[in-house]
Design a protein around this ligand. Structure first.
Ligand code: 13P
Ligand code: SF4
Length: 322
């Protein structure tokens, strides 16, 4: 089967009940379907587990399935593969890159690390396995602050690749970590003016912001946190209206968990779109998921040599987040 274009493009028989067939194939092949909160609603609904980057890595590390289907972006599939080298890990569309991971090429990051001997290297999970190989501890937005806090106050730290998350952790912890100058094109796009206007139109609404957003957007937040932290905040809050400044896929789970509350996606600066979507995250469709399970393609490949290096900082994160 040809996957040159990044996914299996095989014809699907007319009338196929995709949901039913996905569940059948999953059972037959002892596969587990993991989906990030930014996936399309129908993908979230069919997944065995949905979660943020940390939860997905934790679930993958404990999985007893033979096949892990990661409905997310490439680095999520790579992280799962590094943690489960004996399993087949599938990302239904390998074109699902991540602009943040792309903002940190491994060769340039290696030079940066080598130019700063004596620094502990902390990398966000949104990086390639090659970058993780030069990393001491991986973090996600769920545990970054806790992990940085657990290091001695005088420890010299390099933090990459997200400058906004890095700045946020520096401010929260009073550290002066050396930051890689990377960013996510989706989270950097939120318009502070449009958020302030929404706040005016919805008095009392709470503003929920992912730490990958720029500082001015973080400053108007009632809660800054990972996708899971924002979800938990909405569930536990007495408030009934929320303006959500992260990828709009999270609204699906927010609305499911809180059917009586109102969630307004924060708009990007460009254009007239009312919400901000990660086009990479939206590449996985039911058709691609079905074909990927049927043909067990495309698989994530990581060499044993690279996996051996990349697994150390991931395992350290998982140990430190127990
Ligand atoms: P989380 O760690 O909150 O899941 O975020 C991952 C991500 O890709 C953010 O854009
Ligand atoms: Fe990467 Fe941004 Fe998409 Fe998250 S939202 S996967 S950081 S490009």
């Amino acid at each position: 089967m040809n996957v040159d274009n990044g996914y299996v493009d095989a014809p699907i028989m007319e009338g196929t009940d995709l949901k039913k067939e996905i569940l059948r194939l999953k059972q037959e092949k002892n596969a587990v379907i993991l989906a990030h909160y930014y996936q399309r609603p129908e993908i979230q609904d069919i997944a065995d587990f949905i979660g943020d980057s940390l939860a997905l890595a934790q679930i993958a590390s404990k999985s007893t399935a033979d096949i892990i289907v990661m409905c997310g972006v490439q680095f999520m599939g790579e992280t799962a593969k590094v943690l489960c080298m004996d399993k087949k890990v599938i990302v239904p569309d390998m074109n699902a890159e991540c602009s943040l991971a792309d903002s940190c090429p491994a060769d340039e990051f290696e030079k940066f690390v080598k130019a700063h001997p004596g620094y502990t290297v902390i990398s966000y999970v949104n990086t390639t396995a090659a970058v993780k190989a030069f990393t001491d501890i991986v973090v996600t937005s769920s545990n970054a602050r806790q992990i940085v806090d657990s290091l001695p106050a005088d420890e010299k730290i390099i933090f990459g690749p997200d400058r906004n998350l890095g700045n946020y952790i520096n401010m929260q912890t009073g550290r002066n970590m050396l930051l890689w100058d990377g960013a996510c094109h989706v989270h950097e796009q939120f318009s502070i003016e449009k958020i302030l206007k929404l706040k005016e139109e919805n008095p009392g609404a709470k503003v929920l912001v992912h730490p990958e957003c720029r500082r001015p957007v973080q400053m108007v937040a009632d809660k800054v946190g990972s996708t899971k932290a924002l979800l938990d905040y909405a569930v536990n809050s007495d408030c009934d209206t929320f303006i959500v400044a992260t990828e709009s896929g999270i609204l699906h789970e927010m609305e499911k968990k809180c059917p009586d509350k109102k969630f307004i996606p924060a708009p990007p600066e460009d254009g007239t779109c009312s919400c901000n979507e990660c086009s990479f995250m939206k590449l996985v469709t039911l058709e691609k998921l079905y074909n990927s399970l049927k043909y067990e393609l495309p698989v994530v490949e990581v060499s044993a040599e690279l996996a051996e290096k990349a697994i150390r900082p991931i395992k350290r994160m998982l140990e430190m987040s127990k």
